[in-house]
Ligand binder design. Sequence first.
Ligand SMILES: [Zn+2]
Ligand SMILES: [Zn+2]
Length: 324
Amino acid sequence: MAVDPYPVDPINPFDLKSENGYTWLKGNLHTHTSNSDGRISPQERVDGYAGQGYDFLCLSDHRIITPVDSVTSPSGLTLIQGVELHPENPFGGQNHHFLALNVEQDVDSGKMPPQHVIDAVREQEGSIWLAHPYWSSVNILRDTLPLHGLAGVEVFNTTCRCAGRGESSVHWDDWMAMTDRLYPALAVDDAHRHEDDPDRRDTYWGWTMARVKDTSPQSIVDALESGAAYSSTGPEIHDIRLRRVDDGGEKDRLVEATVRSSEAQCISAVCDAFGIEYREPGRSFETAVFNLRPNARWARFEIVAPDGLKAWSNPFDLTSVERA
Ligand SMILES: [Zn+2]
Ligand SMILES: [Zn+2]
C-alpha cells in the first residue's frame, strides 16, 4: 500500500531564495477539453492559459489522458500530463474525484477500488490529489480516511465555486486533524467552458504558485508535494517567517508568525485547534504578526484581499520551529 508522500516537516517555499536559483511559477493543474466534457480543444485550452501568462498547465480530462505531445506547447508553458480519475466509492459516498499528475499510462479507474487507483498512479511515479471534496460531498472520515497515498487536496476549485461549493478548507483541516499529517493544497480552475463564456466563467480564477529551480514537470510536482507552493485566487504571499519566542510561563512553546502579502483586508492563522484573525479596521495592510497558541502543532495562513479574493499557504509544522 502506498504511503502518504507529504514529509513530516514540509518545505517553507519562502526559505528557497532567488539567489539560489529559485523562482515562482504560476499554474493551473485541473482543466478539461473536448477529449472529455470540456467545450474547447486541447490546443485551444493550452493557448488560452499560455495567453494569460501561466507557466504550467495540466489537461486533466475525465478518465483518459490527453497526451502532452498531442498539442503544441507555447514556449514558456510547461505541460504536466494528467487525468481526473473516478473510482467507485466503496465507503458509501459518491464516486471519487482524484486529480492525477505526471502519469504516463491510463488507469481504468471506473472498475477499480480507490486504493488500487491511488497505488496504480503512485507506481508510475505520478502524484494523486483529492479533488474538490466540498463539491463532491466528501465525508473525510467515511470516504478519505481509509485511503493512503494521496498527496493533498484542492482547497479551491473555480468550477465548484460556480456551483456554490468552491472552497474545501474545512475538509482540508478535518483531514489533517484526523490523520495527524500535514497535506499541501492546490487552487485550480477545473475549466470546462470556453474562456469567454459569459454566463459561467470557470477560467483564470484559481491557480497554484510553485517555488522551483527548473521548469520540468517533475520539479513542479515535487514542489507541490513538498509544500513549496501556495494557492491563490488573487493575493500574493511574499513571505512567512516562524520563530519560537519566550513568553514567560509558556517558555519555548510559543511560535510567532509573520506573514507578508499583497494588500490584505484580513489574514488568518488557522491552527490544528483554534486560530487567529488579524485585521486593521478601516484600512488594508501587508504584514500581520501572530502569536500562535502555545502547543499548536501546525498552522496555515489565509489572506483575503480588499476585493474578497483569497490565498492559502500550505501548513507549517510548528513543532520543528527553532528558536531564533
Ligand atoms: Zn471532478
Ligand atoms: Zn474536473
